[in-house]
Ligand binder design. Structure first.
Ligand code: ADP
Length: 266
């Protein structure tokens, strides 16, 4: 009868509500775990340079300070580790802003060629130091995309810098636009290098924060293990895609899509 229907209805609503509560608990747990993991990772990353600095200062205070040569060597080493902490802090702030969504993308139309040339120029010095050549393929000077200028610069800096860091003596990094396939709006920018490459089992992991194939190589080159996670976040915030292809000992290609601005000619 009627009472039975009402009871069924109430029961159904109660089940629905408890499923919702359960889902919400799972969501909050995920965030909480993520936060814990993040803090664990950060503490671990900070420990290495901080203990190194402590060791150098301790040795100096224990008498090494009176030996002029040792003195200078140790201070330089301490300074290198301080610099590491500075890079790390900068990257962490960037990641945290991206992950909390605090960093709003400021989309604007821009000439892609200008942005690429700007970034390449700022990295020439680094490339020369490592004896790596940066080659910029012809970019259509009228090609405009809609994106956040600073964020796209950051993506290019991180990818080209990696192409330099994980290259070989006399190698090169090439930046260009892929031949268009399919969609008219999307273009694909690629950064390809002649470097050490990435093992297929690691390709999917390189965008995880703090993941490095070779910790000591990354450290030695001033890496933080955050560069590619920043890249991935920015590209996702743009609603675009990142692709990684690589072969050990032969090189890697990182490419990402961008949305072209179409102009109606008058
Ligand atoms: P890092 O600061 O260590 O360079 P990234 O997040 O930029 O951190 O990259 C993560 C790891 O992916 C690097 O430590 C390196 O092992 C690998 N990697 C990134 N880019 C390349 C590349 N172009 N060639 C080979 N390995 C790369």
């Amino acid at each position: 009868g009627k009472n039975r229907d009402e009871l069924d209805f109430i029961l159904l609503q109660t089940i629905r509500a408890s499923t919702m509560v359960e889902k919400e608990i799972i969501r909050l747990n995920k965030i909480e775990n993520y936060r814990k993991e993040f803090i664990g990772d950060i503490s671990h990353e900070l420990k290495t340079p901080i203990f190194a600095i402590q060791g150098f200062i301790e040795t100096l205070l224990n008498g090494a300070i009176h030996d002029k040569e040792v003195n200078e060597v140790f201070l330089k080493k301490a300074m290198r580790n301080v610099n590491r902490l500075i890079y790390l802090t900068k990257d962490l702030m960037e990641i945290s802003r991206l992950e909390t969504g605090e960093m709003k993308s400021n989309f604007q139309e821009m000439y892609l060629r200008d942005v690429v040339l700007d970034v390449v120029e700022s990295l020439q010095y680094k490339a020369q130091k490592e004896n790596v050549e940066i080659i910029v393929k012809d970019f259509d000077k009228n090609l405009q995309v809609r994106a956040d200028r600073n964020q796209i610069k950051q993506v290019l800096i991180n990818l080209i810098e990696n192409g330099i860091k994980y290259n070989r003596e006399g190698g090169h990094v090439e930046v260009g636009i892929r031949d268009k396939q399919g969609s008219k709006e999307k273009i694909w920018l690629y950064i390809t290098d002649t470097g050490i490459g990435i093992d297929s089992k690691d390709i999917a992991r390189v965008t995880e924060r703090f993941f490095r194939v070779d910790k000591s190589r990354s450290r030695e080159k001033g890496g933080t293990g955050l560069g590619l996670s920043i890249v991935k976040h920015i590209i996702e915030a743009h609603g675009e895609e990142l692709k990684i292809e690589s072969r050990p000992d032969s090189g890697s290609t990182f490419s990402f899509s961008l949305t072209q601005v179409s102009h109606v000619s008058v």
